[in-house]
Design a protein around this ligand. Structure first.
Ligand SMILES: [Zn+2]
Length: 337
């Protein structure tokens, strides 16, 4: 099977040869940057380097997908937030936000023409051409919750949801135009799937606010975007108190963090959404041995995970040895449907 056939089969619950390994978020590491000579920070903003570094995930380590989106600050930067793209070892950080109040925001016309968006679209085009449908190209957007707090500050946003809920809701709704349009443009550029990262995690926001403010937007995104291809919802952290909300979005996949009860989530959501993940990054992949990686991949499969993936964007210090072991373990295990 080609990686694309394998991923599709695992996603639709039909027979597949061996367990697929995908990367809904970044698998760029120092070692891959050195091998393909594409480094952060320029690989955040140069289409050719984005494509080359993304291709390394498949070409060097055997992942069944490639993904050229590396920093959750891409959209914020396009919308005028000052970002320090940092270096190969450190993730980008926001240094200045132009927005002091929700009222100051005006949705710019033709925002998709901005360089930051265009560069990612170009990288997707390059990858689509390179793999011509055999290896799925995964695009990515940050959802309106994450984008709003990147534009406006997380404390301000959380406060607004309590003090001025209707206003905050309208604002989040308005902002959702950006990921919707950006995701559509990525599908048009050749993306086979899109990760929709919205960090409505339980240490930041209650399940009730998640359901009230974000669920309707997620349902709309699932309905509209999935005419073009599957969308993978990504939320880091603990989500045990909002599983039903996630399962009811209509998204095809949920990219989950290893700190959740994996077997329980798979069992409870099986008929509605496919769970992917959930290999631990900071302990297993960044500090563990290949034996630990192998054990965790097998435990994931035994918990009912059909599409294995690291739980979130990898720390760039992860070793290529551990990544190879992650992929090889899954690829040595036959799908038994
Ligand atoms: Zn994450």
């Amino acid at each position: 099977m080609t990686p694309a056939e394998r991923v599709k089969a695992a996603l639709t619950g039909t027979d597949f040869d061996v367990y697929p390994v995908i990367n809904p978020t970044s698998v760029a590491i120092i070692e891959s940057m050195e091998q393909v000579r594409a480094f952060f920070p320029s690989a955040h903003t140069n289409s050719m380097e984005m494509a080359e570094l993304a291709a390394a995930g498949h070409d060097l380590y055997g992942f069944d997908s490639v993904a050229p989106y590396f920093s959750v600050h891409l959209e914020a930067a396009a919308m005028g937030v000052q970002v320090d793209w940092n270096d190969a070892l450190h993730t980008p950080v926001i240094t200045k936000r132009p927005l002091k109040s929700i009222d100051d925001f005006i949705m710019p016309k033709s925002f998709l023409q901005r360089l930051e968006f265009q560069r990612l679209l170009k990288a997707i085009e390059i990858l689509k051409k390179k793999y011509s449908g055999k290896v799925p190209v995964i695009g990515k957007v940050v959802g309106p919750w994450t984008l709003t707090y990147n534009l406006y500050g997380v404390e301000n946003l959380v406060l607004d949801t309590i003090l001025e809920p209707e206003k905050a809701k309208d604002f989040i709704n308005e902002i959702s135009t950006i990921p919707m349009e950006f995701a559509k443009a990525q599908f048009d550029a050749g993306a086979d799937m899109i990760t929709w990262a919205d960090h409505v995690t339980s240490d930041l926001v209650s399940a009730k606010i998640h359901e009230e403010f974000l669920l309707p937007i997620h349902q709309r995104a699932a309905k509209e975007l999935q005419k073009a291809g599957p969308v993978i919802l990504h939320i880091c952290g603990n989500i045990m108190d909002r599983i039903d909300c996630i399962a009811n979005t209509g998204f095809k996949m949920f990219h989950m963090d290893s700190r959740n009860d994996i077997a329980d989530v798979v069992k409870r959501t099986e008929s509605k959404i496919t769970i992917t993940g959930c290999i631990n990054n900071p302990v297993t992949l960044a500090q563990g041995t290949p034996i630990m990686v192998r054990k965790e991949v097998m435990a994931n499969i035994q918990s009912g995970i059909r599409l294995i993936s690291p739980e979130c964007a990898l720390p760039t210090s992860v070793s290529g040895k551990n990544l190879k072991c992650l992929v090889e373990t899954a690829h040595r295990t036959k799908g038994d449907f």
